[in-house]
Write a protein of this length. Structure first.
Lengths: 219, 295
């Protein structure tokens, strides 16, 4: 069996998850603690990829990132990156589609902080940054981790968006879920069974871990 | 430089009964303890939060030991972590993921052996036995002690206590108030105490500022604010009426004061304004006990 797509998917999931954490946690904290209306608008925007068909997300990415579009031209000429049919492009798409999984969980975590603990930390003379690391992040950690696992698993199995903007270039954009699709098309059902079972087992154990975390967070 | 707290605050708030304007001008001398007393929703906690920097006044000036913390005209507003206001919260606000010892450690300021300092606080507050317990395993009184120890460990210039005993059982309250009084006496910092409990105010405060609908309605020592200035050298104890029983033209009043139950016989006339739950003042009159309604 060709293991390259699985390793590609894992690499994609790891890289996207790291970027997701960097982007998603500050975003989730802002959404979670802000009472102003812009935070609700941003939250809705972040959430959209979760409810849209992946092909729709993929289509718009295709439109925005194509070398013919102004943004695509800017990326190509000024930044010097092409995102269509490349690994970095898949990363951008995965971050976009994984964001709602991380953010919705992390927002819930930040919103469930006991009242006053943040203020208590500030009043002890610890600034917002230290308060974030010593109080907010540890208390929201189970929710952040649950969201991270879900986003990771989702990226590992993403199919529609990846196919739309990545094509299926072996070694570059042909991920494990596309490999599975190809196997079925070529009627290699034995191999397909093995791969599907592997992905299902990963998803199951990850989801199990998430539920365990959510129970622990409520105790 | 004036020592203590000087705060002139104005802010519109929306309360349960509609919009309300909090307007307060207060001064607390060095080492003095001022109680903000009033019914819930009268703006007491908002005043405290404005001094702490957790709520921004629409207009005003806050100065502590000569340092300006807030000034609307000068557009100056120090954030809470720069004010370090010595706040003790109503629900204690202990960090749930930290042990009792670590909670206190989080308060300890400055260089040096912080763990040693925290252990000293643990000892003074008689918490050594529960130092490694998380807040969920502490009793109400222990939580309150950890909260106060943590705040004092941060070596604040002033203390702001927001209904610090309201989360406690009535049975514990009296003792915890006594303990707190002892610790506050040792530190003698300018303190603002928010409370709606007369006994607490009486025990802890030098002066009372009575707040209603955001406005100051009385200011002075507890006995003049609560007992209309009829202060005498006689023994007086604030108490709460538990029961009233009429018998042969008299009324037997049972009242609780500082953890003990006191019984007094008064006339039907005197008992007319009393109900179980009424706050009263017990005073010694020759060989009998007098019951004076408060409020």
């Amino acid at each position: 069996m060709d293991w390259q797509p699985l390793f590609l998917s894992l690499r994609l999931a790891v890289v996207s998850t790291v970027l997701l954490l960097v982007l998603g946690i500050p975003l989730a904290r802002w959404i979670g603690l802000s009472v102003a209306w812009p935070s609700r608008v941003v939250r809705a925007l972040v959430q959209i990829p979760m409810v849209l068909p992946p092909t729709v997300v993929g289509f718009y990415l295709l439109v925005v990132l194509s070398p013919g579009s102004p943004f695509g031209q800017f990326l190509d000429r000024v930044v010097g990156v092409r995102l269509l049919f490349t690994f970095p492009g898949l990363v951008v798409a995965s971050v976009l589609t994984g964001l709602p999984f991380l953010v919705s969980n992390a927002v819930a975590g930040f919103q469930s902080l006991p009242p006053n603990v943040r203020e208590a930390s500030l009043c002890l003379g610890r600034g917002p940054w230290i308060t974030f690391w010593r109080v907010e992040a540890p208390l929201a950690f189970p929710s952040i981790l649950a969201g991270t696992i879900l986003a990771f698993l989702h990226t590992l199995g993403e199919f529609g968006v990846v196919l739309m903007i990545g094509g299926k270039l072996p070694g570059r954009t042909r991920t494990v879920s596309i490999q599975l699709y190809d196997m079925v098309e070529q009627m290699e059902f034995g191999a397909a069974h093995g791969l599907a079972l592997l992905l299902a087992a990963l998803a199951f154990s990850g989801t199990l871990a998430v539920f365990a975390l959510q129970r622990g967070g409520r105790k | 430089m004036t020592r203590g707290i000087r705060a002139i605050l104005r802010r519109k708030l929306s309360s349960a009964t509609g919009p309300m304007e909090v307007e307060v001008d207060l001064q607390v001398g060095a080492g003095e303890r001022l109680a903000l007393f009033g019914p819930s929703g009268s703006g007491k906690s908002s005043v405290l939060r404005m001094v702490a920097g957790l709520l921004r006044p629409d207009e005003g000036h806050v100065e502590v030991d000569g340092v300006v913390w807030f000034d609307s005209a000068a557009r100056l507003d120090l954030p809470p972590h720069r004010r370090r206001p010595g706040m003790v919260f109503q629900d204690h606000a202990l960090f749930p993921h930290r042990t009792a010892f670590q909670n206190i450690l989080d308060g300890v300021q400055g260089p040096g052996d912080r763990a040693k300092r925290a252990r000293e606080f643990l000892d003074v507050f008689e918490l050594s036995g529960v130092g490694d317990h998380p807040p969920t395993r502490l009793s109400g009184g222990q939580k309150q002690r950890v909260a106060l120890a943590r705040t004092l460990a941060s070596d604040p210039g002033i203390l702001l206590l927001d209904e610090p005993f309201s989360a406690l059982d009535a049975s514990l309250r009296g003792r915890v108030i006594e303990e707190t009084a002892m610790h506050l006496d040792r530190e003698r910092k300018a303190t603002i105490l928010v409370s709606h409990d007369m006994g607490e105010v009486w025990r802890l405060a030098d002066r009372v500022l009575r707040l209603e609908q955001g406005q100051v309605v009385a200011l002075g020592p507890p006995d003049s604010v609560f007992a209309g200035g009829t202060s005498t050298p006689r023994l007086r104890i604030p108490a709460t009426v538990l029961a009233l029983r009429e018998s042969e033209g008299f009324v037997v009043v049972t009242a609780s004061a500082a953890g003990t139950v006191v019984r007094a016989v008064i006339s039907v006339e005197e008992a007319r304004t009393l109900l179980p739950g009424t706050s009263v003042l017990l005073a010694a009159k020759a060989f009998e006990t007098m019951v004076l309604p408060l409020d």
